[in-house]
Design a protein around this ligand. Structure first.
Ligand SMILES: [Zn+2]
Length: 205
């Protein structure tokens, strides 16, 4: 874990389909809680805490925002196409951001801050933002409220840990980000299909 790209150390996590909301956690202190609130019950952190430390957030340029300049045009195009395919298949808006550093914020705070200001995934909040922070050697994701029944923050972290971190260790940022989008998109697609099918079944039986 010491050579970078750690994810949260949680060994008590299982991939349960029944308890997605238990994984809501504070980007500042890491406390997990069951219900979404405007401010963390533990440390009183809120979006306003971050706004006070940051300039207005940059505009979102679509699915790929490579501010650290780690992607070639081909890499970016491949990512954009994958994000568009996932949008069609799972009604989920995925977006990728790369930054040199998230200072003065922690990476987990930065991705929370951007995802909230970008209002990703439309009114239903079906957005998922993936952040690569080079200096901090972190990859973080923020799952929109509307997708959490399909994919919790913790599940997202586990998927990234398994499918993506090995590429980042090897310095393969483009491939790591592609695998992140691909694996998260697959997880969302499978669950989305299952819930859509269930809805139809409920309606007709
Ligand atoms: Zn907190």
């Amino acid at each position: 874990m010491s050579d970078g790209y750690p994810t949260a150390e949680r060994d008590d996590v299982t991939m349960s389909e029944d308890i997605p909301y238990e994984s809501i956690h504070c980007p500042h202190c890491g406390t997990t809680f069951a219900e979404r609130t405007d401010a963390c019950p533990q440390c009183d952190f809120s979006l306003a805490t971050l706004d006070a430390q940051m300039p207005p957030p940059p505009l979102q340029a679509g699915p790929v925002n490579d501010w650290a300049g780690v992607l070639t045009a081909e890499d970016a195009q491949r990512l954009i196409q994958k994000c568009q395919a996932i949008h069609q298949a799972a009604q989920a808006e995925l977006s990728v951001v790369t930054v040199e550093t998230t200072t003065p914020l922690k990476p987990a705070e930065y991705v929370f801050w951007l995802a909230n200001h970008w209002d990703m995934g439309g009114p239903e909040n079906r957005g998922l933002l993936i952040l690569l922070a080079l200096h901090e050697r972190r990859i973080e994701s923020e799952v929109g409220y509307g997708l959490e029944p399909l994919l919790s923050d913790v599940e997202s972290e586990l998927i990234i840990q398994e499918h993506v971190v090995p590429y980042l260790h090897a310095g393969q940022y483009a491939e790591g980000l592609y695998q992140a989008v691909n694996a998260l998109g697959q997880a969302l697609g499978v669950k989305h299909k299952a819930t859509t099918r269930k809805r139809w079944r409920d309606r007709f039986v």
